[in-house]
Structure formats: C-alpha cells, structure tokens
Design a protein around this ligand. Structure first.
Ligand code: FAD
Length: 558
C-alpha cells in the first residue's frame, strides 16, 4: 500500500513538473499521454499486477461484506478454460449472490484509480479458448453463482425470458420448454453462459434466419467498468447496449438479459448429404439461406482424408437409400457435408415431409449419400453434449483445443477453399471443420462484433483437439503451426476475412481487426471502462492504458 502511495506521489510530482514546463506548449497533453503509457509499459510483465495489488485484494477486499463470498482458495478452476493452453492465477474469486456484490468489487477497483493495476474478469462457464476469462493476480467474478433474477417468463405476442447472465443456455432451454417456448438462436453447444456468448455473438445454424444470439436480446443489465449499474436496450442507453453485445467483456459485466422467445417445436428432421465439389456445395448452402420457405438450421462441414464415414453416421442417421449408400466410399476424398434441420410438431409431419422433399429436390448432392434422422428438439440442440460425455469418458475432453474461427466473405470463399482445404489442411481427424453461410441483413448493426463487409459471409470453424505430448499430426505444435498458415493466408487485407472469438497480441492487430470500427470501440472503452479494469484476458487494452487513447488535443476519440 505504502509502496503504491509513494509511487503515486512520485508520478504526481513528475507530472506536475511536466505541466509547469509545458504550460504554454500546445503538445503538453501528448507528452503526458506518452509518459503515462511509458510508466505502464515499464511494469515487468505486460499483464502482471504488482505485489501491492495482491496485498490490496487480501487486505481491503477481504474486509468487504458480500451476500455471496470472496474466496482466496480453490481458485485453480478460474485459471483454466476449454482451450487448456493459458493458466493465469487470480488473487481472489468472487462468487456473487447479488448484483450489488459485483458492483462493490468493480466500484472498489475503479476507485483505486491509476494507483493500481488490479483488474477484474467475469467468468461464465470458462469455455474460452485463450484465457479470455482469466486474470493474472486480479479478481475473477464467477458469474454462475449469480442467480438473480430467477428465470421469469413473459408470454404474449413477443414472449421473452429474463435471466441472470450466469445461467447456462441448456437451463434456459429446459425451463422455456415448460412454457412451450424456446429461444430462437443458439450455439452448437449449450453448456455456455448467457453473458459469455453475448460477449462474443453466439452463432449457429439458425443465424442465417434469426441472426446470432446478440440479435435476439431485448434488454440487458450491466455493471460498467466505472462501477455503475445500467439497464440498456435499443431504446434506453442504446450505445451501451450495442457496445456490450459482442463487446468481449470490455465495457461492462452483463448481469441480466432479456431473451426473445418463440413457440417451441417438439421434433426435428435432421438431414445430412455429401458433395464432392465445393462450388456445388456452397451454391446449395447459399440457395437454402436465401429461399423464403426454408429450413430452420443450415450448417455444413468438411471431410478430408476420412474412411468409413457413412458407417459412423449409421448409429444416428438412416440412409434414404441403404443399397446405394453401401456402395459409396469416402476413403481419402475431399468431401463437403451439408447438414440441415427442419423443426416440426408431429401433427404437421406430412406437410413438413413434403416441404423438405421439395427443398431437397432443388439441391445437387451425391444422391446415394442422403441420410435422415428424426430426434426431439432437445436432443437436436443438445447434440454436442452427447459427444462431450463420450470424450470425457475417454479423458479426451480436457485436452488443449487450439480452435480457429473465421468469418469469410462470400466473394472470397472459393479462393479460401482452394488454398486452405486444397493445400493447408491435410485431414480432419483432429476435429470437425464447420462451414456455413449466413445473411448479414439478419444481423444487427452497430454492435461491437465485426463481420466481413458483404451481404453473405461464411463461418469456418477449425475445432481441433490436440494431444499435448504428441509430436505427430495430432500434437499441439502441429495444429498450431497449421493454424498459423491458415491465419497468414487469411490476414491478407484484400480478403476481408475476420476472426470470430478473436485472439491477438498487439494493439496494431486489434486495430486491423476492428478496422473502421476501432475508433468507436476505443471511444466506448473510454466511456464505460476508462481504466481498462475489465476482461484483461482479451489482451486489447492494458490497465490504465485507455487514457492514452485520448487525442493530443485532449479530445476523446470520436
Ligand atoms: P467465458 O469463457 O467464461 O467468457 C468469455 C468472455 O466473456 C471472457 O472475456 C469473459 O470475461 C467474458 N464474460 C463472461 N461472462 C460475462 C458477463 N456476464 N458479462 C461480460 N463479460 C462476460 N460459440 C458460438 O458462437 N457458436 C458455437 O456454436 C459455439 N460452440 C462452442 C462449442 C464448445 C464445445 C465450446 C467450448 C465453445 C463454443 N463456442 C461457440 C464458443 C463460446 O461461445 C465462447 O467460448 C463463449 O465465450 C463461452 O461462454 P462462457 O460462458 O464459457 O464464457
């Protein structure tokens, strides 16, 4: 504490002297900004917090009263995530029971001002890939313990549910179904929190029609980095609302969300079919997302160098024509699998069958490879959890996951496919490679999410699992080096490709990622988290660094 006070006095004297010296000079603020940045950069570790902050957490935060509790033990879980590659140990973990617990911590850290480098990270279900929900020697707020409000449903013409941001989507699904309702837009895996996916986007096969999850939220409650609680929506505090959606946790901690619902179907027709030609595959996918009478879910994946593929499917899908399907072999071929779904209620089954048959007749897949399945709506949405259970049993869930997600504009998708599937990725045995297009017109503009600048773009997700100790093709090093090659191709500026769930190390890279939106992103950071307290694991701003984004004239950006 004393060390930090004397350091503060030293800085203040230095700044005071500078001010006197430059009082008449027009560039005084520029010098101050540079000086301030210098002081921050001089800290040993780029994201380290000095010892003084750790003792601050122990001495001051420990004295505060919470409805939940602040823990200094059993924090290992907060230093892990699904990516399993980054492990930053916090100084304390808050398990909040109320919004005011969260508010107290953020306000306390905000009030420390520039004297401290203490930071705070909200942690959802910890399914980030590169430490985005972790914080080195700061405070992690474990959002899953926050259960206010209890889920509360509103029926009527525009039904919705109010939920705590730490709730898992799978729990919202189960509770909504009791009301005959369901959220419209999903992720492929539902054991993720509302706050975690809304901080990114939440993209799955429904996004071509409903937009991502950030499109399907009416209202949020947020604790900003200034330690203030605000309710925001399109009508109220709209700038904060847009900032937080896809905002990578940079502007506030989402504590509640109002999620749009629609009547829930009971069943799903789930269909897969193969293509050997990428152009035909992509043309059919784009046709499906553009027709009015369409499907409810459109995705797809790539298959490179796999054998016995259709036999694996048979455990959950039935071939439309078993005899022809038996004659098809996948050995070694580069194949593209269309995966689509149509929701229905049993009483409408006949009409739905006709609709689906009509749609399928318009497509050009390899006829012998049409596979169908009928499953409950819950089983369809929770499908990845089935794989999770199996992988956990084999000890293959908690392995490194060097994932890479890209958003590729339609005009570049063929070039991308040629280069990446043609010569960089040699097989898909380390995990699925998803590929599907979405309509930008259905995506809300003005949020913090950046997407390619075209009406249609593709999500391409390389979802690899690695064996940490292996030096072979399933090893972490091999997969990381393959990702690097994909990235180095994708980062050619003329391609206009954006990372989803982005990860960068330098400010220049972030600036390039946000492009024309960077100034708005920085202006919002200055407005809502000017000391850069929140979500340091995203590695966008350094604690206290945001003030350096002020223009030399002392005017805020934008
Ligand atoms: P965390 O990893 O805990 O947090 C993510 C970021 O959000 C961190 O920066 C954290 O500080 C911040 N944050 C967390 N909670 C809050 C809050 N309440 N307020 C503000 N900031 C907060 N994504 C898709 O879009 N589509 C998919 O289909 C998809 N499938 C996936 C499948 C699996 C198996 C996994 C592991 C991930 C998948 N994801 C998918 C990625 C997923 O959406 C993100 O990793 C998401 O961040 C995970 O949510 P989480 O609750 O675990 O968040």
């Amino acid at each position: 504490m004393l060390r930090s006070q004397s350091r503060k006095l030293g800085y203040e004297m230095l700044i005071g002297e500078c001010l006197t010296f430059f009082r008449q000079k027009t560039r005084a603020l520029l010098v101050l900004v540079l000086l301030h940045s210098f002081m921050i950069i001089c800290s040993n570790h780029p994201f380290a917090t000095p010892q003084t902050d750790e003792s601050l957490v122990h001495s001051s935060l420990a004295k505060m009263r919470f409805e939940g509790n602040l823990s200094f033990n059993n924090m290992e879980f907060a230093a892990r995530d699904f990516g399993n590659r980054y492990h930053l140990m916090p100084s304390a973990v808050l398990h909040p029971k109320s919004v005011s617990d969260i508010l107290s911590v953020v306000r306390y850290v905000y009030d420390l001002g520039l004297n401290s480098e203490l930071t705070v990270a909200a942690r959802g279900h910890g399914h980030s890939l590169e430490g985005q929900a972790q914080v080195h020697q700061g405070v992690v707020i474990s959002m899953e313990s926050l259960r206010v409000p209890e889920m509360s449903f509103h029926t009527g013409k525009h039904p919705y549910v109010d939920v705590s941001a730490g709730v898992l989507w799978i729990d919202i699904l189960h509770e909504s179904l009791k009301q005959g309702l369901t959220p419209r837009s999903w992720t492929d895996y539902l054991h993720l929190t509302v706050g975690g996916t809304l901080s990114n986007a939440g993209i799955s096969g429904q996004a071509f029609r409903h937009g991502p999850q950030i499109n399907n939220v009416y209202q949020l409650q947020v604790v900003t980095g200034r330690g203030e609680v605000a309710t925001c929506s399109e009508e109220q505090n709209a700038d904060l609302f847009h900032a937080v959606l896809g905002g990578l946790g940079q502007f506030g901690i989402i504590t509640q969300a109002r999620i749009a619902l629609e009547p829930a179907p009971k069943m799903v027709k789930w269909i897969r079919a193969l293509y050997s030609d990428f152009s035909t595959f992509a043309r059919d996918q784009e046709h499906l997302i553009s027709t009015k009478k369409s499907l409810d879910y459109v995705e797809g994946f790539i298959i490179i160098n796999r054998t016995g593929l259709l036999n694996n499917w048979r455990s959950s899908f039935n071939p439309k024509d078993p005899v022809q399907a038996d004659q098809f072999t996948s050995d070694g071929k580069l194949l593209f699998c269309l995966e689509v779904a149509k929701y229905y209620n049993p009483r409408d089954s006949d009409n739905i069958n006709q609709d689906v048959d009509t749609l399928l007749s318009e497509l050009n897949y390899i006829r012998s490879t049409l596979f169908l399945s009928e499953v409950s709506y819950v089983d369809f949405l929770d499908r990845v959890h089935v794989s999770e259970v199996k992988l956990r049993e084999k000890g293959l869930w908690e392995v490194p996951h060097p994932w890479l997600n890209l958003l590729v504009p339609r005009s570049r998708i063929h070039e991308f496919a040629r280069e990446v599937f043609g010569s960089i990725v040699k097989d898909t045995s380390n995990g699925p490679v998803l590929i599907y297009p979405v309509n930008k017109a259905r995506w809300k503009s003005g949020t913090s999410l950046v997407t390619p600048d075209e009406d249609v773009f593709y999500l391409i997700a390389f979802l690899s699992s690695a064996i940490a100790s292996s030096t072979g093709k399933d090893g972490l090093e091999h997969i990381l080096s393959q990702n690097k090659k994909i990235l180095s191709f994708s980062q050619r500026p003329y391609l206009g490709i954006k990372q989803y769930l982005p990860h960068y190390s330098t400010e220049e890279e972030w600036e390039a990622h946000f492009g024309a939106h960077w100034e708005v992103f920085c202006r919002r950071k200055l407005s809502y988290d000017p000391l850069a307290i929140l979500a340091p694991g995203q590695r966008i701003f350094r604690r206290g660094m945001v003030s350096a984004l002020q223009r030399p004239e002392g005017r805020d950006i934008a």
